[in-house]
Design a protein. Structure first.
Lengths: 227, 299
């Protein structure tokens, strides 16, 4: 394992080093220590490497991730895994607001709670939250799944498009055009797969599903396959 | 853009380190506010029959000693002034209700940065590290402290518009955000006897909370009333003689992070400011929820 001490190497250098790894590099396992809440840590990774962020971290950690696995052993500031394309980001603690914002693919797991606007404008990412999410989560969510094992704050799924929201606990209120939907065997199977992939022990049958009433935006059934 | 920090010590054995910890927190907010910084520190209480004031004049050769002597003669009271940078700490064996009008009428060129029996307030230009060093923050003991770093985007870098705002004895407020109904609120507060020093929206918030507290509201009640009456974006951190409060508006787009353990509770705009607090690795860390009042009081 390569261990980098951030008190000795500036973050910019660390990010450049991780970003410039070649596809055939043997340096697959990394650990970053003494981070002291730096912003934009381990962003823009494009190779299937594994990076362990050893401590609490600031804004936009693991943003724009492709292929890599980033594990944060602590709490995250706002915008973790922002615009993630693929790979996996796992937060062992809590995450602040806008976790997984605009994410296009991959899996984001937050083992603790997430703040406000979790999964805002998500576009295909799967997000699994072990705890609760704050207000306005899933705002304008377009595609992908947001799984919440705890409760959801007010205005869940406001102005939602075709993303799927699964909540086990209480929903404080639903946002505009967001409604409870039937949990079909298809959705149940998908949820079960997601929970298993995220390594979170929860019974899919206890969740409720929410999604778009399709009254607020111009939904056309012929385009359903593209969501 | 601005940075705000606050630290409230629950464990009295940490009090000797209050200033040292606030200094690292303030320096953590350098990138959010490199132009100027302000601090309010609750420490070194004066005796019940005394009050202390933090005063400001940009001239570092200002005759603070003469001011203290003249005040002593006028009120027939013991007084003592200690200069710190372009500020001075004035302790007087008199009621603040007598000292404040005397300074305002006899020394209109002096700005009263804060007053009370505990709170000292210093606001100055420069990097947070420079301001902290200039006023000896590192060596200040105490129970709680609040700080602000400013990046001026729309107005001059002056002390007038700098935080913390100190609308009443031992009370201070820092604000990240902007209020949209401050003109109406200012009118309303003026009708209710509050006087204003600036046209700043944050001063309106500070005087609003001071007014609610003067009406008899608890810290929590005052903050909750503010959620109804204040319109705009805000993350507030407020200090009183024995209390500490944090509240954010319903949208909560101005950043805030909190950390708490058995020994202390801290808030900051970013985690960078909390990263060096003792045992922060094991502290509870979370983002304060929108429209939710968080308060702590000294036991």
């Amino acid at each position: 394992m390569n261990v980098i001490d951030l008190t000795k190497t500036p973050l910019r250098e660390v990010n450049q080093r991780l970003q410039s790894l070649s596809a055939d590099s043997n340096e697959r396992l990394w650990k970053l220590t003494n981070l002291h809440g730096e912003h934009a840590c381990a962003v823009g990774l494009t190779q299937p490497i594994e990076v362990h962020v050893d401590g609490h971290i600031g804004y936009y950690c693991a943003g724009m991730n492709q292929e890599a696995t980033v594990v944060v052993h602590g709490q995250c500031g706002m915008g973790v895994a922002e615009n993630m394309m693929s790979g996996e980001v796992r937060v062992k603690g809590n995450a602040s607001s806008a976790a997984g914002a605009t994410g296009q693919g991959g899996l984001l797991v937050i083992e603790g709670d997430a703040g406000t606007r979790c999964g805002i404008s998500m576009k295909g990412i799967d997000i699994v939250v072990g705890g609760s999410v704050g207000a306005m989560s899933g705002f304008m969510a377009q595609s992908g799944s947001l799984v919440v094992c705890g409760d959801a704050g007010s205005s869940l799924g406001d102005s939602i498009y075709e993303a799927r929201l699964y909540v086990q606990g209480k929903v404080e209120s639903l946002g505009s055009d967001c409604v409870e939907k039937q949990m079909t065997p298809h959705h149940l199977a998908k949820l079960e797969r997601l929970l298993k992939k995220a390594g979170i022990d929860a019974d899919p049958k206890k969740f409720k599903r929410y999604g778009s009433a399709r009254k607020l935006y111009n939904f056309h059934v012929d385009n359903a396959s593209s969501y | 853009m601005c940075g705000i920090v606050g630290l409230f010590l629950k464990n009295p054995s940490l009090r000797s380190k209050l200033g040292a910890h606030l200094e690292t927190m303030l320096i953590g907010m350098t990138e959010r506010g490199p132009d100027s910084a302000g601090i309010a520190v609750y420490h070194s209480p004066v005796a019940d029959d005394r009050c202390k004031l933090t005063l400001f004049n940009p001239d570092t050769a200002y005759p603070w000693r003469n001011l203290a002597v003249d005040l002593g003669k006028a009120l027939n009271a013991k007084t003592e002034a200690t200069q710190k940078g372009n500020h001075a700490l004035l302790v007087a064996q008199a009621d603040e209700e007598k000292v404040l009008p005397w300074i305002r009428s006899e020394h209109p060129d002096v700005r009263i940065m804060g007053y009370g029996q505990l709170m000292e307030v210093y606001k100055d230009m420069g990097l947070p590290a420079e301001v902290a060093a200039r006023y000896g923050l590192k060596n200040m003991e105490g129970s709680h402290a609040i700080g602000h770093t400013r990046m001026a985007t729309e107005s001059a870098v002056t002390t007038e518009g700098s935080h913390p705002f100190t609308p009443a004895a031992d009370m201070c407020l820092v604000h990240n955000g902007s209020l949209s109904n401050h003109n109406n609120l200012r009118k309303w507060l003026r009708k209710n006897g509050q006087e204003f020093e600036t046209d700043n929206d944050s001063e309106v918030a500070a005087r609003y909370f001071a007014y609610r507290l003067s009406e008899g509201a608890t810290l929590k009640e005052a903050m909750e009333a503010g959620l109804k009456d204040l319109d705009g974006f805000f993350t507030f951190t407020m200090g009183t003689k024995d209390g500490f409060a944090v509240v954010r508006d319903g949208i909560a787009c101005k950043p805030a992070v909190m950390a708490e353990n058995d020994d202390w509770v801290a808030m900051a705009s970013e985690f960078r400011s909390l990263a060096y607090l003792p045992n922060v690795e094991k502290a509870k860390i979370w983002e304060p929820a929108p429209s939710t009042v968080y308060t702590w009081s000294l036991q």
